[in-house]
Design a protein. Sequence first.
Length: 193
Amino acid sequence: MKEIYEFALDDLGVDGLAPILFQAGDHQELSIQQIPTLAEWGLAQNRTRDYLRGRTPQPVKTAPPSPVVPRNHCGVGEGEFSVDPAGFVYPCQTMHFDQFICGNVRELDIKEIYDTSPVMRRVRTAVVDNLDVCRHCDVKYFCNGGCRSTAFNVYGEFEKHNELYCRHLEKLAVDRMWANCELPLHATEGVCA
């Protein structure tokens, strides 16, 4: 890991690193047992933070909280898409599966693929209001129902509830709302657990 951090920071000039929980892609088929637990992910984040602090002589700056922007969609097929080396277009960089091929840029204009592909149209309907469990959640517009690719890879269904990370995404959403609140958050025994 250290070599990856050093390459990213020194050679590529990135200003931060963030281990991701899990992203499927390129025909990965993982069982739930192979996916890191939230505790393992937290440890990876802590190791990354500690490594970055050790490299930087100046104190780590805390950025102001990012704004809370409600959304109803993870971005698949709308805010992002992916083109592989053979020219095949997919609705997301983590969805390079045959059933998600939208077209090929060597045969059609990318705008035409983006606008008219039946696959693109289908994935765009995976809004949080259409996901069975999520539609009733109070923070649904902040987690967006989670990553659709993860749901597909873990559960075999694109529109499946992302149970694996639901509680974690819910906590992140609530923490983000509190961070953007002008009132200070004071833990009171029995109130904030």
